[in-house]
Design a protein around this ligand. Structure first.
Ligand code: URA
Length: 222
């Protein structure tokens, strides 16, 4: 799995990532505990993913004096694209942290036989004006086969978004999915909290955490 060691795959090493991953992996943790730890992980990953947001100088007045400050450059449009439904765990946090972001949902479910994504929702516009001024963060807690991640990235590329303006944010990933993405999109930046061992024959990450959507929305049967 040499090609996953791309410079563009960033594994965020932080004690709080380890701690919260331990919580969400545990099948006996309750739904509130799962959601809380997902939110904490999403916060850490979003801060890492948005580290390079462009800043612009603005003149303001404090109650004391005029001064020049840096704010996120409002010439840029920031888009968070959660892959439904588990991506909502990250977009909720992202929109709370990042000012004036647009949330553009994309919906896919996985055909359990072929493990291929089946589209059911796409809230992206037909095309984007000034794509050089658009930053897209695609959000999915799991990069498993990489098939739905691949489909979402391809959608944004087809609509003119530049690969260097895209970041994929995923809590857990595995070598199979990362290999696919780094092979087809070597310039894509991927932020993840952990690369797990492998995929099982049903396309689940091992050891993983089970179905992220089911656990998040409490539709999980132990
Ligand atoms: N999607 C999930 O929610 N979990 C996996 O392990 C793989 C894909």
């Amino acid at each position: 799995m040499k090609n996953i060691m791309s410079n563009n795959v960033i594994v965020v090493n932080h004690p709080l990532c380890e701690h919260n991953l331990a919580v969400i992996r545990d099948k006996n943790i309750n739904s509130d505990g799962f959601k809380n730890s997902m939110r904490r992980l999403a916060t850490i990953l979003i801060l890492e993913a948005t580290k390079d947001l462009p800043l612009k100088k603005y003149n303001i007045e404090t109650p004391i004096k005029e001064c020049t400050v840096n704010k996120v450059d409002d010439d840029y449009k920031i888009i968070f694209a959660p892959i439904l439904r588990a991506g909502l765990a990250i977009s909720d946090v992202a929109s709370a942290i990042v000012p004036d972001a647009s949330i553009q949902h994309v919906g896919m479910y996985r055909d359990e036989t072929t493990l291929e994504p089946v589209w059911y929702y796409d809230k992206t516009p037909v095309y984007y004006e000034n794509p050089e001024k658009i930053k897209v963060f695609i959000l999915d807690p799991m990069i498993a086969t990489g098939n739905s991640s691949h489909a979402a990235i391809s959608l944004f590329l087809k609509k003119g978004i530049l690969i260097e303006n895209m970041v994929f944010v995923s809590i857990l990933s595995c070598p199979e999915g990362l290999s696919l993405l780094t092979k087809d999109f070597p310039d894509l930046k991927i932020i993840t909290a952990k690369i797990d061992e492998c995929l099982n024959e049903r396309g689940y990450i091992v050891p993983g955490l089970g179905d992220a959507g089911d656990r998040l929305f409490n539709t999980f049967e132990k």
